[in-house]
Design a protein around this ligand. Sequence first.
Ligand code: ADP
Ligand code: MG
Length: 316
Amino acid sequence: MSAAEFDLIARIRARAGQRGGVVLGIGDDAALLQVPPDRQLVVTADTLNAGVHFPDATAPADIGWKSLAVNLSDLAAMGAVPAWCTLSLSLPQADPSWVDAFLDGFLDLADQHAIGLVGGDTTRGPLSISVTAMGLVESGGALRRDRARVGDDVWVTGTPGDAAAALEALQQGREAPKSLRQRLDRPMPRVAAGRRLSGLAHACIDISDGLLADLTHICESSGVGAEINLVELPASADLASVESNRRWGWQACGGDDYELCFTASPHNRDLIVQALDFTDVSATRIGRIVSEQGVRAFDADAQEWRPPSRGYEHFL
Ligand code: ADP
Ligand code: MG
């Protein structure tokens, strides 16, 4: 390891902070973590590559925020409480000011969720950030994809489509409204909502690849189908006035939302609304789980709607 990389790790270590359950953090060959006896460890990893998962011109602090946010979103979708994370950085050059700015965003979000940075790796190469996040759930209490039941309501948190609308503007060389750009660069993982839904929801997933694509994962895992009423989709103030077909393209098929899509018994409708009352987000019922396989979306005239694409797929 070069002196420059050693210096970067020292900078990261100095700012990493403390968290319970860490017997050994940054500095040894590996971290040593104490999992409480009645909890299960939930582990997830996501990589962000420059130009693929964020536009090249994205500010380092936004990259830092987003690289943790996408992982916290996976913990949220499992109903887990964030506990620890690792950070693997591949950097074109050992640039301390870039790392400092990256940490501003990363550690801001880490502090908000009391997640401890306990290790990682620092190498030279094309800009790529890989985070592993670990969380805790009561044993047997995780929210899973494979538990949806026929007759369940389908719900979504927040206002999907904002990030996709911002990304489309950027790709076309236009400026996106600030509020939409914020949704793309600084997604808010729905951790509190996921926690409160455990015990109330049957199945849950976070929307990273598009609502219909991710709901299809729930349906395939659970051996069921779903019907979605697009007119029920909640839209942000920025998107509300956009012509519906265009808006639904972003809302139903656009990626990068990091909202939660979940299914639950109709008996739990009031409890779900109450449970999310004091979180940062509300949820809206948008359809139902049916026995016929596949996910179908319907427009205002109850006609089946054909999406322009089924969400963002790599390698297409
Ligand atoms: P090793 O050669 O044993 O893999 P490293 O020199 O890669 O050790 O890392 C030294 C210590 O610094 C380890 O505890 C590792 O987890 C931590 N570390 C390295 N890079 C990062 C990073 N980007 N973020 C957090 N911790 C890091
Ligand atoms: Mg290493």
